[in-house]
Design a protein around this ligand. Structure first.
Ligand code: GAR
Length: 194
């Protein structure tokens, strides 16, 4: 079994899709959900699907080995960031080299970097009157949104769409493709790395 920990800060609609996709998977299991926000909707989703969950505090991530110990205890092989807003520290990237993947709601390298998350991304796309947007799945390195790109999918935008409508269009793509991209990455990389 390849065991995944999903990291999420918010509502967790992507996390829910991923949990559903792998619920009866023969070789991949969602073993843990981690959030930095005790009020995050993703925690209720984890409960509903009986996936263990943990809330972490800043010091757990940046000033102690609490998080690494937690991931080892749960025998986690791969970290999936699904709307997780904290920067991943260097020690975690070394411990999980090429085993941390993130989803971003734009066509990186456009509209990425610090402060570019959620609605900020879609408002910037709108401000540019961009004709397209999309989603990116990428590996995580020490800089926000700069790791190697695994997958991208674009969608066309109408000039009369507002940022909320752009967000909804991009989220549809995320829900449609993210789980299968994770599965494919595991099949082609993680099984070999284990
Ligand atoms: C998703 O659109 C994801 O791409 C974005 O947060 C949203 C989470 O939605 N991630 C970022 O902006 C990371 N920079 P969800 O909680 O409904 O899955």
């Amino acid at each position: 079994m390849v065991r995944i920990a999903i990291f999420a800060s918010g509502g967790g609609s992507n996390a829910e899709k991923i949990i559903q996709y792998f619920e009866h998977h023969p070789t991949i299991q969602i073993a843990l959900v981690i959030s930095n926000n005790k009020n995050a909707g993703v925690l209720g989703i984890a409960d509903r699907y009986k996936v263990p969950s943990q809330v972490i505090h800043r010091k757990d991530m940046y000033e102690s080995d609490h998080l690494l110990t937690l991931l080892k205890n749960y025998k986690i092989d791969l970290l999936v960031l699904a709307g997780f807003l904290w920067l991943i520290p260097a020690y975690l990237i070394s411990a999980y080299t090429n085993k941390i993947i993130n989803i971003h709601p734009s066509l990186l390298p456009k509209y990425g970097g610090k402060g570019m998350y959620g609605h900020h991304v879609h408002e910037a796309v709108k401000a540019d009157q961009s004709a397209i947007s999309g989603m990116t799945v990428h590996l995580v390195n020490e800089k926000y949104d700069e790791g190697g790109i695994i997958f991208q999918k674009e969608c066309k935008l109408n000039q009369d769409m507002n940022a909320t409508e752009i967000a909804a269009e991009v989220l549809k793509l995320e829900h449609k493709y993210f789980s299968a991209v994770i599965e494919n990455y595991i099949t082609t990389h993680i099984n070999r790395l284990k």
